[in-house]
Write a protein that binds this ligand. Sequence first.
Ligand SMILES: [Zn+2]
Ligand SMILES: [Zn+2]
Length: 269
Amino acid sequence: MGHNSTLSPPALQPLWDHVLLQQRWAVQSPAFPVLLSLSGYLAFCLPFAAADLLGPRLPGFPRWKMQRWRPGPRPMARCLGRALSNHLLFVLPAVGLKGWWWDPSAPPPAAAPTLCQLLAGVLSCLLVFDLQYYIWHVVHHWNRRLYRAVHATHHRYAAPFSWATQQLGPWELLTVGFWSSTTPLLLKVHPLTSWVFMVSSVWLSVEDHIGYDLPWGLHRLVPGGLVGGSPAHDLHHRDPNTNFAPFFTHLDRAFGTAYSHQTQGSLQW
Ligand SMILES: [Zn+2]
Ligand SMILES: [Zn+2]
């Protein structure tokens, strides 16, 4: 994806100039994407954790809850503890390893992407990530050994809640982190685009797990049922042989793995 300075809208160029002048470390540090994803996870989960804890005392939210079970502080602390320890024990060493061979001498582009380039880049990265995770996910449900060794950790809760987004075994987290950082490189998108993609994918993953079918959920805003959102992923946690794609619905529809009343109850594990 090219970066033509004449096409850059005024909205993004000053922001990118500011990053290059004042926050250049963010472009050069391999730790920045991890920091961005982890803080996104914490910030996006917090309001829904508050909604879960307040329960019926909060107007509106209980009406949109999809399953009756409401998590208390203990499962929340367990998921948060796992997310933090996974980052400390596995992600941090992986970032250190990346920093070892990372070549920061390549200068970042001077021009910001245009808004169109940014949006097209984010959508392309999300589509590629959706495909990568779909294939990985199907394989890890169809192979019993792989399921038990790698993916079963994520299925601890049949009724997901926001913090359970990062209820992941280390291999799953490292795999997801690897795709999140290599897909923007593969598609040669602007660093700004790659950051927006990372934050968007964290948001979409958290939204998958919130356990509420919100009237302003992305699956309701995007027409044609193209986005699965929380109802689709909630069903995956209840009936794990359906709805394997994390964000969109086209792959599950195309390969016949979308949830339907016929597939209901086909639980294997
Ligand atoms: Zn899940
Ligand atoms: Zn699964």
